[in-house]
Design a binder for this molecule. Structure first.
Ligand code: ACO
Length: 311
């Protein structure tokens, strides 16, 4: 019986159809999806912090409303993704508890500080740009609820990317000090943005299986290369220098060559020892504690509604 169910699952994946919550799926497939979707959800929620810090200091009402909308979108993305993880049988409270206990990961990129207002633009351009590059192919991920959540998330991410690029264009058209602020921010974010795509393919334990299952559509290195190729002309148009002396067009490959990513730094950040890991988790724990009354009130209200409906 399981044989037939497994055959049906394999056929769904092979024919590039979607696996849906009620379909039989191998436990390993379920586990890898819960892992990836939960990490992705946690990244969206923790990702509100680096930019959220600039909401009260945005230089105009227009900039403040754009940033506020953007950070709210990230919260929404987290919620769709937790809901997608729940269709796999995960429990959202349990996923949150694991994040707070440091037992589940979130993206390395959100452990870097945002000391400058230009960082708001750079995060939009490079970080959301990298996120789009990684996530557009996930709209074709084999698991239906994840793929569908990605469609909407990617639309919003492209707005985020454009608002960042537009902010940087504005700063670059300003004073020398503003241009220097953009360059300094790009210098800090370029390498961490390349790390977002994950370890190199030969050191990526999950890639082969996730690719075979259609959970991932491209390898980490393929997407990193695509991001570099996409970003170089944007940097030229902007007038900033990407901080990599080895970055150059390779006509033979039809791609840009680029320098070596510092994978030791990546490992440190993923292990919880990046510049802001402790601060991000402490903030998230405090927000969770401060929100306890909301969860209690919502639970009490739901119980009241259920009791009233039962009368
Ligand atoms: N930051 C933190 N951890 C990472 C990162 C990163 N940038 N890249 C890889 N890792 C972790 C993996 O989660 C995995 O850990 P685990 O086995 O304990 O779960 C380990 O490093 C090895 O990596 P891979 O085998 O390459 O893992 P995987 O196949 O899951 O690929 C990737 C990693 C590319 C991030 C994939 O999970 C993915 O595409 N996720 C969805 C996108 C996402 O989460 N984006 C979040 C940032 S973008 C944003 O929120 C705006």
């Amino acid at each position: 019986e399981t044989g037939t169910l497994r055959d049906r699952f394999e056929e769904t994946v092979a024919r590039d159809r979607r696996v849906e919550p009620r379909d039989w799926m191998p436990e390993e497939y379920r586990r890898t999806l819960i892992r990836q979707v939960a990490q992705h959800a946690h990244s969206e929620i923790i990702g509100m912090q680096p930019e959220g810090a600039w909401i009260t200091r945005a230089p105009s009402l227009r900039r403040k409303s754009i940033l506020l909308a953007k950070v709210q979108d990230e919260a929404g993305h987290g919620l769709y993704l937790y809901a997608a993880a729940e269709t796999l049988g995960a429990d959202r409270a349990d996923l949150t508890a694991k994040l707070l206990a440091g037992q589940q990961k979130y993206s390395s990129i959100f452990n870097y500080p945002t000391p400058s207002y230009a960082d708001v633009g750079t995060i939009g351009w490079l970080v959301d740009g990298a996120a789009i590059c990684n996530q557009v192919p996930l709209c074709r991920s084999s698991y239906g609820p994840y793929a569908r959540a990605m469609v909407r998330i990617c639309k919003e991410e492209s707005f985020h990317q454009r608002q960042g690029y537009e902010l940087l264009l504005t700063l670059m058209a300003g004073t020398d000090a503003q241009r220097a602020m953009v360059q300094e921010s790009v210098d800090r974010f370029w390498w961490p943005a390349l790390m977002m795509f994950g370890p190199p393919d030969d050191r990526s334990p999950n890639s082969a299986r996730s690719m075979a299952w259609g959970v991932k559509r491209h390898t980490n290195d393929e997407l990193r290369q695509r991001f570099v190729d996409m970003t170089v002309p944007q940097a030229e148009r902007l007038g900033v220098t990407l901080p990599d002396p080895e970055l150059r067009w390779n006509a033979e490959r039809g791609h840009h060559d680029f320098g070596a990513v510092d994978w030791a730094e990546f490992a440190e950040v993923v292990a919880g020892r990046g510049p802001c890991n402790a601060e991000r988790l402490a903030r998230r724990r405090a927000a969770h504690d401060e929100g306890a009354w909301v969860r209690e009130a919502a639970t009490a209200y739901a119980a009241g509604q259920a009791a009233a409906a039962a009368v």
